[in-house]
Design a protein around this ligand. Sequence first.
Ligand SMILES: Nc1nc2c(ncn2[C@@H]2O[C@H](COP(=O)(O)OP(=O)(O)OP(=O)(O)O)[C@@H](O)[C@H]2O)c(=O)[nH]1
Ligand SMILES: [Mg+2]
Length: 334
Amino acid sequence: MFSFFKRKRTADPAGEAPPAPAAEPTPPAATVSWRDRLRGNALGRAVSALFSGNPKLDEALLEELETALLSADVGVAATGDLLDDLRRRMQAREFADANGLLACLRAEMLRLLQPVARPLEIDDARRPFVLMVVGVNGVGKTTTIGKLAQHLQREGAKVMLAAGDTFRAAAVEQLKTWGERNGVPVVAQASGADSASVIFDALQAAKARDVDVLVADTAGRLHTQAGLMDELAKIRRVLAKLDPQAPHEVLQVIDGTTGQNAANQVRQFQKTAGVTGLAVTKLDGSARGGVVFALAREFGLPIRYVGVGESLDDLRVFDPTAFVDGLLPARIGE
Ligand SMILES: Nc1nc2c(ncn2[C@@H]2O[C@H](COP(=O)(O)OP(=O)(O)OP(=O)(O)O)[C@@H](O)[C@H]2O)c(=O)[nH]1
Ligand SMILES: [Mg+2]
């Protein structure tokens, strides 16, 4: 059973009975609840504080809620959407008290997030499935790769890693050490090598070794570093020589504490790297938490995973219900 990604089976091996349809992915059992992980989150705290005194339903309350959402990085557009709906429903007297408003806010938040909760689908027909991980410096790319690889491996996928971050001296070692510890092969060259050539070699090796999923790390980069941004386009071009559809997923990692600049980052990487999915890390701790809503509203790109801490179980398949319930109090006073 694969739960960390959805496995699409298209082949009918050697005339065997058709395989059972792929199970709907269920998020892996989390040892620590979402609520515990998101507790420190400013969005959750602000909303809880706002509702704690069972406030009167009026325009002032909506304005305070608007301020709370904006200061938690929900962004102008998503905050506007949420507030417009709440105002309309409040005026239509769809709810009688602040608990009703809270329930309505929860429903509106889910409505915003549900369209982007599309788990990574690994298609058996596209093998090796090439997943390239991109993003600015320090957002959690390599850590996410480590966790992701372990989850994939646990679920029976044959995984290989490509040490495509040839820019930072310690990056190759970081990935190699991790691979050795977990029994996952890592294709690497000395630091300073050409990233596209490392990832190309890795895809060749992955094909030869019948690997299911090749995960390629890349160096952190800013959109202002034109040379490094061009490198991403080059990786794509080179991979396409071996498999015109590769990379099958370009996962951009976003640091959840970045705030409104996150949208800027996605815009820039979308242009050069052809991003197909997002992972939002560091939503535990000091994150304001709203960036997930802002990204969902602005891009509609699938949010595949969220990082809510540093342990393996803290990389989670994005589950909007668990996420929103982790943020909001279920009822006033909770
Ligand atoms: N609290 C918390 N920390 C995280 C999470 N994900 C990653 N980190 C931490 O973020 C730091 C940077 O992680 P890396 O994986 O090295 O980031 P990177 O994007 O590969 O960095 P560069 O390769 O330098 O661009 C590490 O200390 C990680 O432990 C998360 O979900 N929560
Ligand atoms: Mg890294």
